[in-house]
Design a protein around this ligand. Structure first.
Ligand code: UDP
Length: 483
C-alpha cells in the first residue's frame, strides 16, 4: 500500500498575543519542511493582525493557509471585534471570552470534512481544551504547544508531586523540590495553581492537566542548550515525546514599518539603551508605573519604555505629559504608547538591557538578542522564569518583586517595588565594571547558541524528529486501517 508522505498540521493557537505570535512562527518553520503543510485556525480579526507576517512567504509558495472561523463575540456579551484576550475591556469579561472560544469547536468541526488533505494532527495551545475532544473525534493525535519552558514544566510537576507548598506560609522561602538546581522561592511567588488562584478555578486547572495527560506529546518554545538538565528530566517524565524547537521568535519575519524607533536607536551608542516592557497583557497600577518611570529617570540611562493601554489610564497619561516626565527625559528617553516592535528593538545594537515582566516569549527574545535582563515578574509563571534567568543562567538582575499580583487585584497590592530598587537593578545591568561585563558576555554567548539551535542545530533537528515521529505514526495507523 501507499505510505503516508505528507503531514497536514492543524495549528490552533490561544487567542492572546503571547500565545499566537510563537504559533505563527511555528507555522512557518513547519511549512518550510518538504513533507508538511499547515492550516492555522483563527478568527477574522486575528487573521488581519497576524496574517501579514506570513503573507509574503505564502505568496512565494509556503504551504500555509488560514482557516477563519467567525468569532461569536457579541453573542457572548463582548464588544464587536473583541477576538483576543488583550482586547478585553475588563477582566470580568474573561468568562464570556472563554465561552466564545469554546464555541469555536463546533465551528471547526462543521468545516473539518472539507479540509483537504485531511488533517493528520492537531497542534494546539495547552489552554485550547476543546481541541482534545476534536482530536479524539477525528482520531488524530493532539500535540500540545505549551508556550512555557521545560523549567516551568518540571517545577510544576514536582510541586504537585511533593505537596510541600501545602504547608508553606506565603512569604517564607523554601527550596523547590526535585530540581537539578537549588532554587528558593516563596509560595506567594508561585504560579496561580499553587497560589489560591483567582484566574482559573481548580476545576479548569484539573481539565488542563487531564487533557495534557491524554495528549500525544508536547512542543516547547525553548532550545535544549538553554535548560539542558530540565529538558532531559522533563523528557523522561513524558516518555520522550517532548520537542524543543525554539526560540521561535528567531524564525519570525518582522515587518520593518517601525523605522521611527529604529532611527532613534541608530543615534545611540552601542549597548547604551534600556528597553522596558511588561508584555502584551500586564496591568500595572499607576503608582507602580510611576516608580518605574522615576527609576528610569534617576538611572540616567537612555531608554525606550513601552506603556500599554491597559496600564495607562488618565492618571499615568497626565503624569507623563502634563506633569512633565516626558519633558524632563526628552533627550534620552522615548515612551511608546502602542504596540512596540519588540523583537526588532531588542536586536538593535544600541540596546544593552531589557527590563522585562519575564513572560516566556520576552525572555526568549531577550536571550536570542544576547541582552542581559532586569527582571520584574508580575504573575503566572514569571517568577520561575526570573529564577532561570538570574540564578541558573546568570544573565539578569532582579528588581526584587516579592509577590504574584493577581489579575484584577492590582489595586490591592499597590506599590510592591520601590523606584530605588529598580534603579539599583538597572544600574547593575548597565554597569561597565567586571560583573556587568561578565553578565554581558554570558548573554551574548547564549544569544549565539540560540541562533545556532534554530539554524541547523538542536531545534532544527528536533523539528525533524517530530515530523518523522508523526509520519511513522500516520503510517502505522493507515496500515492498521487497511488490515
Ligand atoms: N510584544 C510586542 N510589542 C509590545 C508588547 C509585546 O511585540 O509592545 C510581544 C513580545 O515581543 C512577545 C509578546 O508580545 O512576543 C508577549 O509575550 P510574553 O510571553 O512575553 O508576555 P505576555 O504578553 O504573554 O504576558
Amino acid at each position: 500500500s501507499e505510505s503516508v508522505k505528507q503531514l497536514h498540521f492543524l495549528l490552533i493557537p490561544l487567542l492572546a498575543p503571547g500565545h499566537t505570535i510563537p504559533m505563527i512562527a511555528m507555522a512557518k518553520l513547519l511549512a518550510q519542511r518538504r513533507s508538511v503543510m499547515v492550516t492555522i485556525v483563527t478568527t477574522p480579526v486575528n487573521a488581519i493582525r497576524y496574517g501579514p507576517k506570513l503573507q509574503q512567504h505564502i505568496n512565494s509558495g509556503l504551504p500555509v493557509r488560514f482557516l477563519e472561523l467567525p468569532f461569536p463575540a457579541t453573542e457572548n456579551g463582548l464588544p464587536e471585534g473583541c477576538e483576543s484576550a488583550d482586547a478585553l475591556p475588563g477582566l470580568h469579561l474573561l468568562p464570556n471570552f472563554s465561552a466564545a472560544v469554546d464555541m469555536l469547536q463546533q465551528r471547526l468541526e462543521q468545516r473539518f470534512d472539507s479540509l483537504n488533505p485531511r488533517p493528520s494532527c492537531i497542534l494546539s495551545d495547552k489552554f485550547m481544551l476543546w481541541t482534545d475532544d476534536t482530536a479524539a473525534k477525528y482520531k488524530i493525535p493532539r500535540i500540545i504547544f505549551d508556550g512555557m519552558s521545560c523549567f516551568k514544566q518540571l517545577t510544576t510537576h514536582h510541586l504537585y508531586a511533593s505537596k510541600v507548598f501545602d504547608e508553606m506560609p506565603d512569604s517564607e522561602p523554601f527550596v523547590l523540590p526535585g530540581l537539578p538546581d537549588r532554587i528558593e522561592m516563596t509560595r506567594a511567588q508561585l504560579p496561580p495553581e499553587f497560589n489560591y488562584t483567582r484566574m482559573a478555578t481548580s476545576e479548569q486547572l484539573e481539565r488542563v492537566r487531564e487533557t495534557e495527560s491524554r495528549a500525544y506529546g508536547m512542543v516547547i518554545n525553548s532550545f535544549d542548550e538553554l535548560e539542558e538538565e530540565y529538558v532531559k528530566e522533563f523528557k523522561k517524565l513524558k516518555g520522550g515525546k517532548v520537542w524543543c524547537i525554539g526560540p521561535l521568535s528567531l524564525s519570525n519575519s518582522t515587518s520593518i514599518d517601525d523605522q521611527h524607533y529604529l532611527k532613534w536607536l541608530d543615534l545611540k551608542e552601542p549597548g547604551s539603551v534600556v528597553y522596558a516592557c511588561f508584555g502584551s497583557s500586564s496591568r500595572v497600577t499607576p503608582p507602580q508605573l510611576m516608580e518605574l518611570g522615576l527609576a528610569l529617570e534617576a538611572s540616567k540611562s537612555q531608554f525606550i519604555w513601552v506603556i500599554r493601554g491597559g496600564d495607562r489610564g488618565e492618571e499615568v497619561e497626565k503624569w507623563l505629559s502634563e506633569y512633565g516626565f516626558e519633558n524632563r527625559v526628552k533627550d534620552r528617553g522615548l515612551v511608546i504608547r502602542d504596540w512596540a516592535p519588540q523583537v526588532l528593538i531588542l536586536s538593535h545594537p544600541s540596546v544593552g538591557g531589557f527590563l522585562t515582566h519575564c513572560g516566556w516569549n520576552s525572555i526568549l527574545e531577550g536571550v536570542s538578542a544576547g541582552v542581559p535582563m532586569i527582571t520584574w515578574p508580575q504573575f503566572a509563571e514569571q517568577f520561575l522564569n526570573e529564577k532561570l534567568i538570574v540564578q541558573v543562567l546568570g544573565i539578569g538582575v532582579s528588581v526584587g518583586a516579592p509577590v504574584v499580583v493577581h489579575w484584577g487585584e492590582e489595586d490591592k497590592f499597590g506599590v510592591t517595588v520601590k523606584s530605588e530598587e529598580v534603579k539599583t537593578a538597572i544600574e547593575s545591568v548597565m554597569d561597565v565594571g567586571f560583573e556587568g561585563n561578565e553578565r554581558r558576555k554570558k548573554a551574548k554567548a547564549l544569544g549565539m547558541v540560540a541562533k545556532k539551535a534554530i539554524e541547523g542545530g538542536s531545534s532544527h533537528h528536533n523539528l525533524t524528529l517530530l515530523i518523522q515521529d508523526l509520519l511513522e505514526l500516520a503510517n502505522v495507523r493507515s496500515q492498521k486501517s487497511l488490515t
